[in-house]
Design a protein around this ligand. Structure first.
Ligand SMILES: [Zn+2]
Length: 336
């Protein structure tokens, strides 16, 4: 009598399974402090219009919202799996958040993977948002020349993601790429959001630019800059507007901001010798890329800066969704 149990997975089904896994899209989700973005991803790109949802308060409510989003996409789509990019330090092996940011209080200690896999029956992959964005940028570029790519996100803070030899570099405790907390000064001059002094993001972020401008305004009289009137409620918008109107203090603040940015980039470049820096985030729109590159070349060893590219992100806010979805697809494919 034939024993059907000796070959429980017929070859034809295994091939079909592999074929499906390599052609199905994944759902990419980017979880931020205020918004959640989601879209189907295939071949390193979005395959329909991304959707946006509000981030609820509290870890239980966030998990429930993520579950609802996945179920919503499941109604009309076959998916190979789900990739989730989240703020905070992520243990990618267990799919849990080790450390959170002030944007997502109570999120640390949450095992996203276990909860969502048991409820959705889909494979779930979780990654830090900076790392996911870096992977998305690297894969979308699709070039073998960019196997060493570093993505720097400039906004209210500075985030980062490191791609080395085509893979995300996680470090010993999954905390690699937290470049915003590089030290660029020794004078205990500016307090960072992390509680330490003189981190890169205290100078190179939007609030860092504001602080630099305030310090310049303390040295002058009211007639020397239009920004003087806004000294106490100064924003990046004021500074950008004044810069466009050739205000000397705004111009000097922007020059110093580029100098601060270049110091951080040089530090990273000297250690990792990347081919490409991709700059993303809201403040990336105000970077003078030729000037920044010139400043980096001036400070770095010639061999390190030779052929180094520094340019703005081509994917913008969608890098995290694409990266998260593509991480799910590539991990599933590698396992099959
Ligand atoms: Zn810091």
């Amino acid at each position: 009598m034939m024993n059907f149990n000796t070959n429980p997975e017929p070859i034809i089904n295994t091939r079909l399974d592999e074929m499906l896994k390599s052609t199905l899209p994944a759902l990419g989700i980017d979880l931020g402090g205020t918004k959640i973005g989601a879209c189907l991803v295939s071949n390193n790109r979005l395959i329909n219009e991304p959707k946006q949802y509000k981030t609820p308060k509290g870890s239980d409510n966030i998990l429930e919202q993520l579950y609802k989003i996945i179920e919503e996409y499941k109604v009309d789509n076959l998916m190979a799996g789900v990739g989730i990019a989240t703020a905070g330090i992520v243990d990618t092996a267990s799919g849990s958040v080790i450390d959170s940011t002030f944007n997502l209080t109570g999120w640390a200690g949450t095992n996203i993977k276990n909860y969502l896999e048991s409820k959705t029956m889909l494979p779930i992959y979780v990654e830090n948002d900076g790392n996911a964005a870096a992977y998305g940028e690297f894969k979308a570029k699709g070039s073998i020349d960019n196997l060493n790519t570093i993505v720097i996100t400039l906004g209210t803070g500075i985030g980062g993601g490191i791609i080395l030899n085509g893979n995300i570099f996680h470090g010993s405790n999954f905390a690699a790429g937290e470049v915003g907390h590089l030290k660029i000064n020794f004078d205990n001059k500016r307090l960072c959001t992390c509680g330490h002094f003189d981190c890169w993001e205290a100078y190179g972020s939007g609030p860092g630019l504001v602080q630099t401008t305030k310090e310049l305004l303390n040295e002058i009289t009211a007639s020397q800059s239009v920004l003087y009137a806004n000294k106490n409620d100064l924003t990046t918008t004021h500074i950008i507007k004044a810069f466009e109107n050739n205000d000397l203090i705004a111009k000097r603040a922007f020059e110093l901001w580029h100098h601060h940015l270049s110091v951080g980039l040089v530090t990273i470049a000297q250690i990792l010798n990347p081919k490409t820096f991709i700059i993303s985030g809201g403040m990336s729109n105000f970077v003078n890329y030729p000037l920044l590159k010139e400043m980096v070349i001036d400070k770095a060893l010639a061999t390190v800066s030779r052929d180094l590219e520094i340019h703005q992100s081509g994917l913008g806010i969608h890098a995290g969704i694409i990266g998260a979805g593509q991480i799910a697809l590539d991990t599933i494919l590698a396992k099959s």
